[in-house]
Design a protein around this ligand. Structure first.
Ligand code: PAF
Length: 280
């Protein structure tokens, strides 16, 4: 695996890949790689001839009081995991400037109203920061395809929309959420959970699954949202939001063929967890 940490070297390598007619896939990450990330790399591998993974803890997507400084950084372990999967290139920019040197061009790149609901409401500016870094990585790499996890459903939706607008030939692949045996969605932030919280955390997904069944039986969105919130609170979760929407992040209409989704974010102690369940 070739490891690069400057924009200049990275661009040179991309030029070579392009010249050789490779099908390039990009897996952007913030590192601390777990099986969820590795599943993205495996999907990329199946669908392209060269896989590039990026590791960059993007300061633009963290709020002032968030965990940018303490976000887990485990570069050596990440490198060995990527080598085992035969990832072709790792781009791990050594400074912010390797990605954001001409950030002024990005002033107008905003997530808009759909970036201000759900996680965007509790993390103002978060999705603007995500879109900016992904835009820069797409522009630098010009990949044929890029893979993102369905766990971060709102992020995936906004990236797909941005890609359609600015990189119309790029294919975005949505990857299923990888869970522990007891249902907890894998996330780098799970490493913040202590032993006791690790036992409680899987209940989050179970409550969401039960919530979807409850909606199907009651046909009443408001009642079901309250039912889910009460269940979550009973189990020590502090609710950030519980929301039923269409998969286009629009108001849900029951008894229609629209694809629907239950999205939720909670806090368990100091740790924020997010998850979702798609249904029709
Ligand atoms: O999902 C993540 O890890 C990050 O938000 C992403 C997409 C790599 C952008 O920094």
């Amino acid at each position: 695996m070739i490891i690069l940490d400057t924009k200049k070297d990275y661009k040179n390598h991309i030029d070579i890949l392009k010249f050789n007619g490779e099908i390039i896939s990009l897996v952007p990450t913030m590192g601390n790689l777990h099986d969820g990330h590795l599943s993205l790399v495996k999907i990329a591998k199946k669908n392209s001839s060269k896989v590039i993974t990026t590791i960059f803890v993007n300061p633009l997507q963290f709020g002032k009081n968030e965990d940018f400084a303490s976000y887990p950084r485990t570069m050596n372990q990440d490198i060995s995991k990527l080598k085992q999967l035969n990832c072709d290139i790792l781009f791990a920019p050594k400074t912010k400037n390797e990605v954001f040197n001409n950030i002024d061009n990005l002033k107008n790149l905003e997530a808009g109203p759909k970036g201000n609901i759900l996680c965007g409401k509790i993390r103002p500016g978060h999705f603007d920061g995500v879109l900016k870094v992904i835009y820069m990585l797409f522009q630098l790499t010009q990949p044929d395809l890029s893979v993102f996890g369905l766990k971060d459903f709102q992020q995936l939706y906004l990236i797909k929309r941005m890609a359609k607008m600015y990189f119309p030939k790029l294919k975005i692949i949505s990857a299923p959420t990888i869970r522990t045996k007891n249902g907890l969605a894998l996330s780098s932030r799970n490493s913040y959970l202590d032993k006791k919280s690790m036992k409680i955390a899987p209940v989050f997904y179970k409550i969401l699954l039960d919530g979807v069944i409850n909606l199907k039986n009651s046909n009443d969105v408001e009642k079901t949202v309250n039912y889910i919130k009460t269940n979550l609170e009973k189990n020590s979760f502090l609710v950030n939001y519980v929301s039923f929407l269409t998969t286009k992040l629009e108001k849900i209409k029951l008894n229609t063929p629209d694809k629907k989704i239950l999205l939720s974010s909670v806090k368990l102690g100091q740790t924020r967890l997010i998850d979702n369940v798609e249904f029709s």
